[in-house]
Design a protein around this ligand. Sequence first.
Ligand code: ZN
Length: 198
Amino acid sequence: MAGEQRERLVDALLTVIERHILPQTRKGIAAGNKVFGAALLDKRDYSLVLAGTNNETENPLWHGEVHTIKKFYEIKDRPCTSNLLFLSTHEPCSMCLSAITWAGFDNFFYFFSHEDSRDAFSIPHDLRILKEVFTLKPGGYRRTNAFWHSEHIPDLMAACDDSARAGFHARADAIRAEYARLSEIYQSSKAETAIPLK
Ligand SMILES: [Zn+2]
């Protein structure tokens, strides 16, 4: 990917998290849901198609990714998934990896890793399920395979030019700080929810 295109992509992904996913997630957190969000962008111009957030208080399968896919299929004149980028704030769990695959996306981009979810968000379930059900160690699934190619957004940022990187890092720090704040709210209220894997 050319440098300029990479910078445009990183800018678009961060912008969607800042302006479209986070506002929904703040409301979701207030209702007792987890911090995980997702969005779909048009591959051609990186414009937003749809953003969504975790809604496990309604249904434990409504992870940010699956709930966004559910809402996407409620759009009457929706684009084809092969023309879209899939953005997940956190590396998708095994259910969401499969959902992304079954829905026909050939890519996804994520900001926080499974290890971040376990260590910074106190949500170890993604890695536990991969280990218990699939006997996979952290990093043990194929991040590029016959179905899709996935990208860790911080790796994309690291590959950007110096001039763009400083601005991206400042925005990424602000995003991390906001997620840390939201995570604290979730963790302090999760005992009151009926979510099976809190
Ligand atoms: Zn999931």
